[in-house]
Ligand binder design. Structure first.
Ligand code: F6P
Length: 341
């Protein structure tokens, strides 16, 4: 009987350690060896592998980051797919690999599964942009962190009569922006999925001031299309070829200030949204997903992703799950917008 491997790849996310712990313990109960693959796909390509057991995963459920490390390397971008991981698979007698990652990582896992390496995907991202699962672990924690920040920024914005642009992560979707904006009582939210323009935004802020509310919280999703007044905002691409985002609010702020006459400040929350301890919700979700993934891997399943459906953890097709986008639904934005202005 071979081993079950586990790797975490792509950007880190609160809850990764809970998955690693659950996979390790679930396999251990069945007497199945578990190997931790270090630094994401890099470890599978170069043979950086270590044995895992209950002592290795003791006390990590509440820890942020990933004890296995991660990287943005990829066997299809930086290697020849299965051919570049085969030596490690054979050397360590891996029967299957549990791959914990976002859409790019899961797409590569789906391709490896097609090439013959049994893979089970576990969706991970604070962005909540993976289809065919109700939510991804990490999202809840990121929303809580952003909401806490908005609460703090509101009091200083109010004291100084300022507009505060609070920029949150999310890539091309506005899930974090909308949810943190609802929870934090944002006065305006800009998301990639919804059309917006500078005139309407600044009119809202001016009306609010004229009503005697001379401060505002505007939540800005990092992936918004910049208004024509800014022009192209290109921060380059990462190693996957994904656009590198973050900072559009710095370009927006002077325009808002010039049009409203209200002093405008920017806070880009950035990687604080990914760091630190996961919420209890994310710990439990990640644990349930990890346990299900381990059972699927031991049962010889492949090309599947574990998914939250309602209150159940199910298996869905991995290739299908990462083929579809998952934008913020209109009804969530509609609820948020009830409180604008
Ligand atoms: O996909 C998760 C995410 O945190 C995005 O929200 C963000 O745009 C990106 O990763 C940042 O990536 P990096 O850690 O490479 O800067």
């Amino acid at each position: 009987m071979g081993a079950i491997g586990i790797l975490t790849a792509g950007g880190d996310c609160p809850g990764l350690n809970a998955v690693i712990r659950a996979v390790t313990r679930t396999c251990e109960v069945e007497g199945r060896p578990v190997l931790g693959i270090e630094e994401g796909w890099d470890g599978l390509m170069t043979g950086k592998v270590r044995p895992m057991g209950r002592d290795e995963v003791g006390g990590i459920i509440g820890a942020g980051g990933t004890i296995l490390g991660t990287s943005r390397l990829d066997p299809y971008v930086h290697g020849d797919g299965y051919a570049s991981v085969r030596a490690t698979v054979e050397r360590f007698d891996l029967d299957a690999v549990v791959v914990v990652g976002g859409d790019g990582t899961l797409r590569s896992a789906a391709k490896l599964a097609e090439e013959g390496l049994p893979c089970i995907g576990v969706p991970k991202t604070i962005d909540n942009d993976i289809a065919h699962t109700d939510v991804t672990f990490g999202f809840h924690t990121a929303v809580q962190i952003a909401t806490d920040a908005i609460d703090r920024l509101r009091t200083t914005a109010e004291s100084h009569h300022r507009v505060m642009l609070v920029e949150v992560m999310g890539r091309s979707v506005g899930w974090i922006a909308a949810y943190a904006g609802i929870a934090g009582g944002a006065d305006a939210i800009l998301v990639p999925e919804e059309h917006w323009n500078l005139d309407d935004l600044t009119e809202t802020l001016i009306e609010r001031r004229d009503r005697g509310r001379p401060y505002s919280i505007v939540v800005v999703a990092e992936g918004i299309t910049p208004p024509p007044e800014i022009g192209d905002h290109d921060a380059g691409v990462d190693v996957f070829g994904f656009a590198r985002l973050g900072g559009v609010s710095y370009l927006l702020a002077p325009l808002v200030e010039a049009r409203t006459g209200i002093e405008t400040r920017v806070v880009v929350l950035g990687h604080t949204q990914r760091g630190g301890s996961p919420t209890a919700y994310d710990r439990i979700l990640a644990t349930r997903l990890g346990a299900k993934a381990a059972r699927a891997a031991m049962a010889g399943e492949s090309g599947k992703m574990v998914s939250l459906r309602g209150d159940d953890i199910e298996l869905v097709g991995l290739a299908e799950a990462c083929a579809d986008p998952r934008p913020l639904p209109r009804d969530r934005f509609d609820v948020a917008s009830l409180f604008f202005g």
